[in-house]
Design a protein around this ligand. Sequence first.
Ligand SMILES: NC(=O)c1ccc[n+]([C@@H]2O[C@H](COP(=O)([O-])OP(=O)(O)OC[C@H]3O[C@@H](n4cnc5c(N)ncnc54)[C@H](OP(=O)(O)O)[C@@H]3O)[C@@H](O)[C@H]2O)c1
Length: 339
Amino acid sequence: MDKEASNSKIPIFGGIGYLGTYMVKASIKSGHQTFVYGRPITPHKINLHNKFRSLGFTIVEGELDEHDKMVAILRQVDIVISLLPFPQVLDQIHIIEAIKVAGNITRFLPQEFGVEEDRLSFLLPFEACLDKKRKIRRAVEACVIPYTYVSANICGVYFINHLLRPHDDMTVYGFGEAKVLFNYEEDIVGYTIKVANDLRTHNRIMLYRTAKNVLSQNVLISLWEKKTGRSFKKTHVSEEELVRLAKNKFEFEFLTCLEELKGRNLPGFFFITINILMNADSPFPDNVQASLIHGIFVKGCLNYDLRENDLETSSLYPDYEYTTIEQLLDIFLPALAAF
Ligand SMILES: NC(=O)c1ccc[n+]([C@@H]2O[C@H](COP(=O)([O-])OP(=O)(O)OC[C@H]3O[C@@H](n4cnc5c(N)ncnc54)[C@H](OP(=O)(O)O)[C@@H]3O)[C@@H](O)[C@H]2O)c1
């Protein structure tokens, strides 16, 4: 039985970002009073903010470390969803502190929406990112904040765009045979709004595993070939190459260390040096991407067996008709085929 309540008040952190935009629309569509807590408006964001305001929700301007302001806002709402980007994972500690003081939040969904970090492990660069997410989970639990952790696996549009954007050559990771779990962004947010309002998901991890959307990269490419009537040359990136790309250990640890120093009370010249180094050309983000791709597309780590007590969305909401990847390819066929 779907125990979704109606008319919750939901602020969304990162609500005008990539996944945030989908989430805000889904929340409004479900009848919830929806807010976005975002950084103060700058001239280049005016049009974006106006467009969002016209959709019918409020943007509350504030920084993540404005504690009193955040507490005052949280005292007026029920559910908090965070869709901040990866570099801001640890900044969520400010949200946790404000939720703790506000004392009235019925559910917190921290920035997750990817792999199940308490169950999976990856090569170092991505593993270090997951460690930060684990720290946030442990902080939520230590503060006894009601939570749901969302493991959405991989976003269909986001990754299909990466994997299939029509080149004459398609890049295939490893042998292309590992099974991968895709979910359409609209379903991820549709499920999430249900999950956030459902008593059954209180203090639980939600696994988004839509059975018809488990497919390998080779199957995805052949589906695409059938739909476009084209045949693509496949260029394989070997597992060894991905491991090599992921291995820039020193650089990664060095930059991680600098990132952490940024939060400390150090003299000004430190910040200038750190900013120059952080912005210098470096393979740092590529390392993370290589280790993520290695785990998902070569090792097939998302395709693990469910445990008896696992909560899985398509079983919890059997009446929800999710979009299959094949349908998603049809939706995006005109746009993608134009490249
Ligand atoms: N599983 C997948 O395949 C997949 C794919 C994409 C994303 N995701 C997940 O979705 C979540 C959000 O990612 P996204 O790509 O949607 O994020 P995004 O678009 O890069 O950013 C979201 C918002 O965060 C705010 N923000 C950016 N930098 C900030 C800063 N320094 N301080 C405070 N706020 C800042 C911005 O809003 P303001 O300017 O209003 O502050 C921005 O619009 C993450 O958890 C990510 O892991 C998952």
